[in-house]
Design a protein around this ligand. Sequence first.
Ligand code: FAD
Length: 324
Amino acid sequence: MTTAPVMILRDSSCVSDRPVSASTPASVGLSGLIQSGILLAPLTTFRVGGKAEWYCEPRTDLELRQCLGWARAEGIPVTLLGAGSNLLISDAGLSGLVVNTRRMRGIQLLEGGRIWAAAGEPLVNLSRVAAKQGWRGLEWAIGIPGTVGGAVVMNAGAHAFALSDVLVEAQILDEEQELYRLDPEDLQFGYRRSRLQESAWTVTGATLQLIPGGDPAQVQLETQRNLNQRLNSQPYHLPSCGSVFRNPETYPAGWLIEQVGLKGYRIGGAQISERHANFILNCDQATASDIHHLIQLAQEKVCQQWSLLLEPEVRILGQFDIPS
Ligand SMILES: Cc1cc2nc3c(=O)[nH]c(=O)nc-3n(C[C@H](O)[C@H](O)[C@H](O)COP(=O)(O)OP(=O)(O)OC[C@H]3O[C@@H](n4cnc5c(N)ncnc54)[C@H](O)[C@@H]3O)c2cc1C
């Protein structure tokens, strides 16, 4: 008796109630590009999260379109991942296709202080390249461990500046894979917000307007100063997602969490930082569920004592327990 080869159609440990796809990446010639069952924890700065049902790391716009096109044809949901520095992915993983842009790289210096970068380029690289030219406008971005795409979606910012202050246009693929060049008005930016957070659009690149003509040594010094200040005030030594909650208009989220006595509080392997209470740290093999419980606890306590709802800045993806 011969044994038929076992073919893995998709990773069955991922949560999904969709029927198995009619065509697999292999059957449409995309087996080199799209894999199944990739563990997402190492791809996030929290170092938690289960597997992706399907996963790809396109290098070019063409590869990106092929992956998105397959998912669309199969009716498979798509989740974009940059550096995973603002994500809490469930322990059960993500169904559908996870598209990681980290290999979509490239920076171009343009006329008059304009700079273009591909979606997967680390924001830190852009900050360093600009400073080296003596171009001002990205000194604040040095310690933010995200990609350009993630920074556009989140309107990342620090030191009273944000990406929307320097963005000229973002290049976007919509659900139909039409390419659009959207300006800041189209993107409806706010504090750590953009219209892209509610859309299924993919950022492929961004063009920024900086201020040329500065002294490179001076701009590099200011950039380095910002980095030092951050390293001295925030817990960078353990996995986290940076600030977990958006700051309410009244009081900083970290201060509110401290006031309700949760500084240093621990659930499983996750702990509210002793140093900066708006950070949750993965101290010892935390699960996503440990972190999620701490988020819920902080919300509950702050709501009870201050009648304020702390709104997560971190993007929470996948299935989590509903509080009883
Ligand atoms: C130690 C630490 C410090 C931090 N400090 C700051 C800070 O000072 N200021 C700040 O603003 N943030 C900070 N962050 C949070 C984080 O770095 C930013 O939000 C960053 O912009 C996220 O980028 P990312 O590439 O990691 O995006 P991800 O976390 O991978 O994704 C964030 C969101 O963007 C979407 N997305 C990502 N790429 C694309 C794309 N190409 N197209 C469409 N959607 C996409 C994702 O689906 C998700 O919804 C910090 C994080 C850490 C770990």
